[in-house]
Ligand binder design. Structure first.
Ligand SMILES: NC(=O)c1ccc[n+]([C@@H]2O[C@H](COP(=O)([O-])OP(=O)(O)OC[C@H]3O[C@@H](n4cnc5c(N)ncnc54)[C@H](O)[C@@H]3O)[C@@H](O)[C@H]2O)c1
Length: 320
């Protein structure tokens, strides 16, 4: 295969951006179709991509593609990913891969033995900051504490799901990826403020070796905040994901006599990087950068957090 024949499923807020990235990767991808369920979206897709077939159902073009980007609402991911896998298609699924543990188990069974790439859209992994810090984070001496904030004013988007599925999933995945200590249990609470789902959640994770993580996510905040902070007896590292700055505050002086160092990092096009990795994995038959296990582990942590919010009790974590 020289080029991957691609369909994008869902021409909504993010689907439009995915379509642009398919167009931007003409050397690796042939843009075959956009699958959009509703007529208004179909019309917009036709007008913006006149050379691409626009249909209302994936079944109409399943035999014309090698792979697909699933960018539809979360509640539809399971059925669409299942259908694509059963038809031996490569899949890029936006986060979350599915809605709960039971769907995750079914997907594991279906994906086993399939010779296809399944990549999950945990786009927050692509910050350049993590390339600079990941080795350092892996070598941290326990105990340490992690604090992650991801809050923003109400925008009315993704209200079909709660903030744990929509936002905290990024941070739960990042915590597994960046730090070596595994979660043992989760205790969380939530608030319904503007919708029928959790609009704000505090998630506390007890990790191995007396480490812990506290994740705060909200969609009814007074201002936008996205940062990660880790503290040990050696000092503190803070990453501001908005201003693209890293701060180190240590227990010993830097060369210039200060105890705090500031470092900038480059903002990157995460979606473009995700596309490049996806096509490369398919064309070179290599493992996806963020695969099934990562997707399922993140869904399990979300499931535990939601169970804890519902019951008010701590919930044990059992990662695959
Ligand atoms: N990685 C990230 O940072 C990030 C950011 C935003 C959204 N997302 C994820 O992307 C997904 C889509 O989010 P969005 O904000 O674009 O949603 P959206 O509601 O704006 O768009 C979804 C589109 O899918 C269409 N659709 C629904 N069912 C369909 C089906 N069966 N077949 C084809 N089309 C169908 C809808 O008509 C709509 O146009 C969600 O799962 C969300 O979690 C990820």
């Amino acid at each position: 295969m020289k080029k991957v024949r691609i369909a994008v499923l869902g021409y909504g807020h993010l689907g439009k951006w995915h379509c642009q990235k398919v167009e931007a990767n003409k050397d690796s991808a042939e843009f075959v179709a956009i699958v959009e369920k509703f007529p208004a979206g179909q019309e917009a897709a036709r007008s913006n991509h006149p050379n691409v077939k626009v249909v209302g159902d994936i079944k109409d073009i399943i035999n014309e593609i090698d792979g697909a980007f699933v960018v539809t609402p979360t509640s539809t991911h399971f059925e669409l990913v299942k259908y694509l896998l059963e038809n031996n298609k490569h899949v890029f699924c936006e986060k979350p891969l599915c809605s709960n543990d039971s769907e995750a188990e079914d997907l594991t069974r279906i994906a086993n033995g399939k010779n296809v790439v399944l990549q999950v859209g945990h786009s927050e992994r692509f910050h350049e900051a993590w390339e600079k810090l990941k080795d350092q984070f892996h070598k941290l001496t326990p105990p340490f504490s992690i604090r992650i904030n991801r809050v923003a004013p109400f925008k009315g988007r993704a209200t079909d799901v709660d903030v744990v599925q929509d936002l905290a999933i990024h941070d739960l995945d990042l915590m597994l990826y960046l730090f070596k200590q595994k979660p043992l249990q989760i205790k969380a609470n939530g608030y319904k403020i503007r919708t029928q789902n959790w609009d704000h959640a505090n998630i506390h994770l007890s990790l191995e070796q007396n480490c812990d993580a506290h994740i705060v996510v909200g969609r009814n905040s007074v201002k936008e905040m996205r940062d990660l902070e880790v503290v040990t007896t050696d000092g503190m590292i803070t990453v501001d994901l908005f201003t693209n700055k890293i701060y180190h505050a240590t227990n010993s002086q830097f060369e210039d006599g200060t105890f705090v160092k500031e470092e900038s990092y480059q903002k990157r096009d995460h979606l473009l990087l995700e596309h490049q990795h996806f096509y490369a994995s398919i064309l070179q038959s290599s493992s996806p950068v963020i695969g099934l296990k990562d997707g399922l582990n993140a869904v399990h942590l979300v499931d535990c957090a939601l169970k804890s919010i519902g019951s008010g009790s701590p919930v044990p974590v059992k990662l695959g």
